[in-house]
Design a protein around this ligand. Structure first.
Ligand SMILES: Cc1cc2nc3c(=O)[nH]c(=O)nc-3n(C[C@H](O)[C@H](O)[C@H](O)COP(=O)(O)O)c2cc1C
Ligand code: SF4
Length: 436
């Protein structure tokens, strides 16, 4: 693939340092914002992003154009645009790559989004630990301000946009978009009721667009090169809505592969290609047992599923999800019950405690898995775990943290059934004993 096919990362510097403003401009940067401001109405920008079918890269795949369209038309209203850069899901680091490599791309994407919905203020809600990204963004924000891409009368237009960096105090739940709003208002970061939506009453009650970093980074390219170009980049099958998921995807790869890391590939690239080409296959002596294709909160796929296209709809046929495109590869010499315990430990620790099934259920699940791994499990524990999958599933809790936690448990109970039963039968973990 040439740099042209990698709009998000193709112009990255080889030494990994962030692109300066001058480098970004030389590579065509801020042409999208200029085009939007000088040749397009805000409505035309929204329509182009809508036509591109840009689906949110924060995990749920909600179309960005549809979200922007739902901002009420009221010329006098205060509005906000927020980039969700919390990225605390285990294994995920795609947004860090984008912010450290090309911070102006995010700033331009946010400025275009803000122009589209006529927001006057924006915030980048950044994960606490992302110090390097914070430095890159602070420098880029100052450069963009001096050059007139931010601030009063952007590029001489009648529209002004102030963009600020907000560093999170650091909890996974702060990435949930409504908990994020509470966090920004200085409240306890628990999710808000689904209605009213943030696009109607978000930050301090004003219409607010919250989009993921990668989603926003795609926007300048859609405006510069058009919705048709963007759609043609995707290589997966048509989605349930009838159109192919367009664009590229920043996939990250970790676990027992030879070459962990990240790559930008066409949306819909098969899992096998990511593992064999990008990851250079399994490490010597290890066989593939399972993959979480979209991060810690996505269901396990097995070796039979490697040809699944990594777009939004395809993994769902196998009770999994694209999620954030965080591919985690597990081998046959690591205890899968231990893996599940490790995941549930994270989710139990990060539960915000707002609703009972999640607050009380996750620690119980974690304890059952710890006992099962250590050989203290009982046959009935498998049924109790399965009951939790239902009790903490979609619709039972205020937010998607608990259902997300249950996704690997549900698929793990099926995929690793033999391993669960062996642990109970033998009363020990043969992996811990080194005799798997
Ligand atoms: C527990 C939890 C954590 C989340 N963390 C993030 C995150 O770090 N970054 C992100 O973009 N979305 C995160 N999300 C999803 C957001 O709620 C929201 O869907 C997303 O920011 C919308 O952006 P998009 O439409 O561009 O994907 C999280 C959701 C949940 C339930
Ligand atoms: S599901 Fe968990 S994280 Fe989400 S609101 Fe309920 S207690 Fe909080």
């Amino acid at each position: 693939m040439g740099a042209d096919d990698r709009p998000l990362t193709g112009r990255f510097r080889a030494d990994g340092a962030p692109l300066s403003l001058a480098e970004y401009e030389r590579a065509g940067g801020y042409a999208g914002l200029r085009k939007a401001l000088t040749t397009m109405t805000p409505e035309a920008v929204v329509a182009e992003v809508d036509r591109a079918n840009l689906r949110g890269r924060g995990g749920a795949g909600f179309p960005a154009g549809r979200k922007w369209k739902s901002i009420p038309a009221n010329a006098a209203a205060t509005r906000y645009v927020i980039a969700n850069a919390d990225e605390m899901e285990p294994g995920a680091f795609k947004d860090r790559v984008l912010m450290e490599g090309d911070p102006h791309q995010l700033i331009e994407g946010m400025a275009i989004a803000a122009y589209a919905v006529q927001a006057q203020t924006g915030y980048i809600f950044l994960r606490y630990e992302y110090r390097q990204a914070a430095r890159a963004l602070a420098t880029a924000l100052a450069e963009a301000q001096r050059a007139g891409y931010l601030g009063d009368h952007v590029l001489g237009s009648s529209w002004s946009f102030a963009l600020h960096l907000h560093v999170s105090a650091g909890r996974y739940i702060c990435g949930e978009s409504s908990a994020l709003l509470n966090a920004m208002e200085g409240r306890r970061p628990v999710p808000r009721a689904t209605l009213p939506r943030a696009t109607t009453a978000g930050l301090w009650g004003a219409p607010t667009v919250v989009n993921n970093v990668e989603t926003l980074c795609n926007v300048p390219h859609i405006i510069t090169r058009g919705a048709d170009w963007f759609s043609a980049l995707g290589i997966g099958p048509p989605s349930r809505r009838g159109a192919v998921d367009g664009g590229t995807k920043l996939y990250t790869l970790s676990g027992r592969v030879n070459r962990p890391g990240w790559c930008e590939r066409p949306m819909g690239t098969p899992l096998r290609v990511l593992i064999e080409e990008q990851g250079a296959g399994m490490r010597n002596g290890f066989a593939l047992r399972a993959v979480q294709p979209g991060g810690a909160s996505t269901g396990f796929l097995g070796p039979a599923h490697l040809d699944v296209p990594m777009d939004f709809d395809s993994p769902e046929q196998y009770r999994s999800r694209l999620g954030t495109g965080t591919v985690m590869v597990y081998d046959d010499r690591t205890c899968p019950i231990g893996v599940l315990h490790n995941l549930q430990h994270f989710f139990a620790q990060e539960s915000c405690g707002w609703c009972t099934p999640c607050r009380d259920g996750l620690p119980w699940v974690e304890q059952l898995l710890l006992d099962l791994e250590a050989g203290r499990g009982r046959p009935e524990d498998l049924e109790i775990l399965a009951q939790h999958v239902d009790a903490l599933g979609p619709g039972q809790t205020f937010c998607a943290l608990a259902p997300g936690a249950m996704a690997p448990l549900e698929t793990g109970l099926t995929l690793f059934r033999d391993e669960f039963e062996r642990h109970v039968r033998e009363g020990r973990c043969s992996y811990l004993a080194g005799k798997a």
